[in-house]
Design a protein around this ligand. Structure first.
Ligand code: BG6
Length: 496
């Protein structure tokens, strides 16, 4: 594995939650594992006034809190923090960018870093256009001289519908080269998600079965036990469909459904992802209620503690019709998947946290044995994404004793049995890739636009129906009853 070239990373929104919880701890991990370049500086930029040292002390606490229990020494934390600097900076004011420019030049000169800069926008989405505009106005979107490069990493949500995503893409591509734009979907940084590709394309035994002839249905889920926490304001404008399905679950769908890329380079892989999205059957308004269930959690007692309903959460309207749960059936109308339903579901305040991909294989044509396999098929492959990072293959075996009674048994593999129990956080992998200039695990503009075109008609339909099709479910349960009818058997297998 090669290390990235020497470079500077500027984080906008450096005093925020994402920086504290994910970016700084991930950068520290990379540093401790010797994966950062020799010459590398993180420059935090945000409005709150800190000196370099105050900012470092603050980030030291973040690192110690997140890395608790891991075998790192104080010396390693100090070594990393030496690479961290801070600038008090108001990104909403164009005139401040001159100050940023001077600081970048100074760091490059003092540290001997060639002119290579990544900007990370860890800010509210309304800054996604403004910051690039001011970077451009102040000559910060291109290298100062003839060599060097500029890259930009943008967090989700990338737009709120097809129109806004297109506008944002159009604007960003006018300021940065598409190759330098990294649209993050942190699910793609999860080891278990990348392993979907490896499992499929490095093993000859699965691929022959991976199609409509042998697969009955696919279930892709991301169930969460948390509510919207203190993100009510954002969530009111998003809902589960835009927060989780449009990006994370659609990307997982693409990894499961795509054809083998010609080569393992970013563009070949991303070409295949787009082809899957293009094959997703769009729903007419009248088909939406039959194929998609949306829900919202209500107050309930969970593990002996009262949990407020969504409408009682901070910054949420008391008569909000925003969904905190979605279950949907998708059809991928191509040669490989025609007729195989893909069920996607996600929700907040559910009974347990579990993200997984379940491949349900068809039953044998004739049932020779009586048995205990759900739905008559004994074969199921489950790829656990989190928190159970695992793969399990189910098949039928004879129960000992008289007769031939079949029981479903399972062969299980856990990722933590590999490589000294270390599974890097998604942000570690994604940050490293952006530093290396590898965009394989980042969303490309065309894929984003196609995925929005699947989601937009659903959002429009819901807007016109409002409360009519909103199903309520008590916090801490498996979601709305109506979802069970849609997900049917598969729901029972997975959720209970
Ligand atoms: C984020 C969503 O993208 O993913 C959150 O905005 C969600 O609402 C989170 O909780 C889930 O990610 P993970 O990695 O915790 O499963």
């Amino acid at each position: 594995m090669k290390n990235p070239e020497n470079q500077l990373l500027v984080i906008f929104g450096a005093s925020g939650d994402l920086t504290r919880r994910k970016l700084i701890p991930s950068l520290f991990e990379l540093c401790a594992r010797g994966l950062l370049p020799d010459k590398f500086v993180v420059l935090g930029a945000s409005r709150t006034a800190y000196t370099d040292d105050e900012y470092r002390q603050m980030q030291r606490k973040s690192i110690l809190a997140i890395e608790k229990g891991k075998p790192y020494s104080a010396r390693q934390v100090d070594d990393f923090l030496h690479r961290v600097q801070y600038i008090t900076f108001d990104s909403t004011r164009s005139e401040e960018y001159g100050k940023l420019k001077d600081r970048i030049r100074k760091i490059e000169k003092d540290e001997g870093i060639p002119d290579r800069v990544i900007y990370y926008l860890s800010t509210p989405p309304l800054m996604y256009e403004l910051i690039p505009r001011y970077l451009e106005e102040n000559g910060l979107n291109k290298p100062f001289g003839r060599s060097g490069w500029r890259r930009i990493i943008i967090e989700k949500p990338f737009g709120t519908d097809l129109h806004s995503a297109r506008e944002l893409n159009r604007y960003l591509c006018s300021v940065f080269d598409e190759k330098g734009i990294y649209r993050i979907d942190h699910f793609l940084g999860k080891e278990t998600v990348q392993n979907v590709l490896v499992l499929r394309f490095s093993n000859g035994i699965f691929e022959p079965l991976w199609n409509r002839n042998y697969i009955d249905s696919v279930v892709i889920s991301a169930a969460e036990t948390l509510g919207v926490e203190n993100r009510g304001k954002y969530y009111e404008g998003a809902g589960a469909l835009r927060d989780m399905i449009q990006n994370h679950l659609m990307q997982l769908t693409a990894f499961v459904a795509m054809e083998a890329p010609a080569t393992f380079d970013p563009e070949s892989i991303r070409d295949e992802i787009v082809k899957v999205f293009r094959a997703v059957r769009p729903y007419q308004a009248e088909e939406i209620d039959k194929n998609i269930v949306r829900g919202q959690y209500t107050g309930h007692t969970v593990k002996g503690k009262p949990v407020p309903g969504y409408r009682k959460e901070k910054d949420v309207s008391p008569d909000s019709t925003v969904e905190t749960y979605v279950a949907m059936r998708l059809h991928i109308d191509n040669w490989r998947w025609g007729g195989v339903p893909f069920y996607l579901y996600t929700g907040k305040q559910l009974a347990r946290k579990q993200s997984e991909i379940v491949i349900n294989f068809k039953a044998t044509p004739i049932h020779l044995f009586s048995g205990q396999c759900p739905g008559g098929s004994c074969n199921q492959l489950t790829l656990g994404i989190s928190p159970d990072e695992s793969i399990s293959l189910k098949f039928g075996l004879k129960l000992p004793g008289a007769g031939f009674v079949v029981k479903q048994v399972s062969m299980d593999f856990r990722y933590d049995s590999l490589s000294d129990n270390y599974l890097p956080d998604a942000y570690e992998r994604l940050l490293l890739d952006a530093m290396l200039g590898d965009s394989t695990l980042y969303a490309r503009s065309d894929a984003l636009e196609v995925s929005w075109s699947v989601i937009d008609p659903i959002v429009q339909h819901w807007k016109s129906e409002l409360e009519h099709n909103l199903h309520f479910y008590p916090a801490g349960t498996s979601g709305p009853q109506a979802a069970q009818a849609l997900l049917g058997m598969r729901y029972d297998c997975i959720c209970h």
